[in-house]
Design a protein around this ligand. Sequence first.
Ligand code: PSU
Ligand code: MN
Length: 306
Amino acid sequence: MTKFPLKFSAEVAEARASGTPVVALESTIITHGMPYPQNIEVARQVEADVREAGACPATIAVIDGKLMIGLKDAQLEALGEAKGVAKLSRADMAVCIATGRTGATTVAATMIAAHLAGIAVFATGGIGGVHRGAENTFDISADLMELAQTPVTVVAAGAKAILDVAKTLEVLETQGVPVIAVGQDKFPAFWSASSPHKAPLRLDDPADIALAHLTRARMGLPGGQLVANPIPTADEIPAAELAPIIAQAQRDADAHAIKGKAVTPYLLQRIFELTEGRSLTANIALVRNNARLAARIAAALGTTTA
Ligand code: PSU
Ligand code: MN
């Protein structure tokens, strides 16, 4: 906890007062990860999923220089409609706040905000990671280093298959981040439930994930955990079907010289087009699935005494 000024929504303030578990949600997925108007619908739906699972959703964003922990519905809608909203990671968050601007938080920035607000569990779609060709571009998401230093358990459907998943897992290991698959041994690949990669760790019970989180804290280890929750198989796009589409999207990104922060949003949009919207349907299913699991972990954290 900190003295840094945070702006809690009424719902989150009430949850904190009454001891209701809280789950953080990111906003870059709204502004850069999904097309309008589905982005707003999905953001609302994911919040409803968290509530239904007995926790309180806290969607995080910077609005007019204020670090918001929980958004009113009108704010969420405005963010989803806005164009040109900044994508904030660790590097740009303070500048956005200091200059009174508006920005959406990535996984890294949402973790920082959640920790400032005393929220231990955060649900998203997929984390950023090591991009293909990173040996030339050095494009490695700040999300990985954030997981190494900020004590928030992040529930994601693995790493987006647009990444180099093997290199992403290597960096997570080097950084000392526990990567915990749920319900299977394989590391999930976002739109696909499985991948050729074995997850380093597996825990199937939310209570064990909560206990592992607390144990790290008690040991004085910095950083969080990556909980890799596979997309329900009914909703997945098989990896073999997706592989040529991802390769095409990557070629298009290269041909248009897309760089830096623009890479992930570009690839997601291109895959959406190339799959005629199927990637979005899968993305929605996996985020909702992650929100429900995160709520259970947050509830377990509230009752676990390590
Ligand atoms: N997951 C999604 N859609 C997204 C993202 C994640 O389903 O848009 C966003 C997250 O905010 C993540 C960011 O932190 O993409 C990673 O961007 P980069 O690769 O530039 O670090
Ligand atoms: Mn990047």
